[in-house]
Design a protein around this ligand. Sequence first.
Ligand code: GLY
Ligand code: MN
Ligand code: MN
Length: 429
Amino acid sequence: MKYLPINNEVFTVNRRNFVSRLKPCSLAIFNSNDEFPRSGDQAFLFKQNPDFFYLTGIDQEQSILLLFPECPNPLYKEVLFLRQTNEHIAVWEGHKYTIDEAKAASGIQTIYWLSEFDTILHSIINYAENIYINTNENDRYAHTVPYRDIRMLETLRSKYPLHKYERAALIMRDLRVVKSSIEVELTKKACQITRDAFLRVLKFVKPGVAEYEIEAEISHEFLRQRATGNAYSPIIASGKNAIVLHYVDNNAVCKDGEVILFDFGAEYANYNADMSRSVPVNGRFTKRQRDVYNAVLRVMRAATKMIVSGTVLNEYQEEVGKLMTDELIGLGLLDKHDVAKQDAKMPLYKKYFMHGTSHHLGLDVHDFASRYKAFEAGNILTCEPGIYIPAEGLGIRIENNILITESGNIDLMADIPVEADEIEEIMNG
Ligand code: GLY
Ligand code: MN
Ligand code: MN
């Protein structure tokens, strides 16, 4: 891992919170992510399952966590199973956790090699009534490939058909959405690295530079500061490319007079930043570009004020839609008479602002959370309004990451330049 060691207290507390919500006489099993084949003998870079990381801090493939707080054999109340390393693996694949290192990373005291899993599980499973298995219940997840937890569920169901199977995801959804102070610190670190990359890019952008050259600058800054890499495929979209919301080709040359939309963020210790900025390629906004920019910025500022405890996502989106509608009328993009007659279910602003304003952010960029539960202290959300005008080859989005506290909120990206004047000053400085 590139990142510095994390205080294992955070994982110990997470496990304690998780088991406190189990039904009596329950056992829970969590699996690490699969390694995905790429081609030939290669695999894609391993990415740990966020729930597994949340509970263990273990960033290694082929690992299993077993939690059974009422286990009659006290040795097996909390057990981590790891892939056994050997000299061959050490030489060919590099370092894997030793038992002591895994204890230090996770705070778990009982660690076995994976080959012991079936025997140990069989020795205790009949003393449990409920078996919690972790499935991916993200609203946007489409189940196409059976992952380790699903495969384990199938095996266990056939071996132990009369146990009751329960959804760990219901507990994880409530826990993960409230970030602890260590999680906030790790997110802040991801934001700081992202800021440094943006400042570097502001000095680099000029007419004739290619989008991929900008991407290279960002990756360089991320890696030299111990980020694992990009939190998601970075969007470096000049001119009309910014209209494509998930543009990731990043292969065009930036032209004089265009605005370039960046949406990138660093991943540090599995925590993510998610930032968008829109800047003039030649260092100066035109009057029109600035007007659109400032409209987006005003919506962002007003929306940020609403990201507080008690806000409900749907109602918030509706309020932001009203603010955006007024701005679009001001920019001459919508007609107030048309707005007066609009179908409330299909508001006209969506023609120019077609995505949501906010999503939870954490171990997943679109973090696991209920979209119906009111925001609460400890949540981190993005705030990312945008205006996209195909006829003008112009797309502007501004996105910051906001932490909700007991007394309001804190913009974790408050130190990243956002005013049009400030951006121009740095680009021309
Ligand atoms: N970068 C993905 C998003 O803004 O949601
Ligand atoms: Mn983004
Ligand atoms: Mn986002």
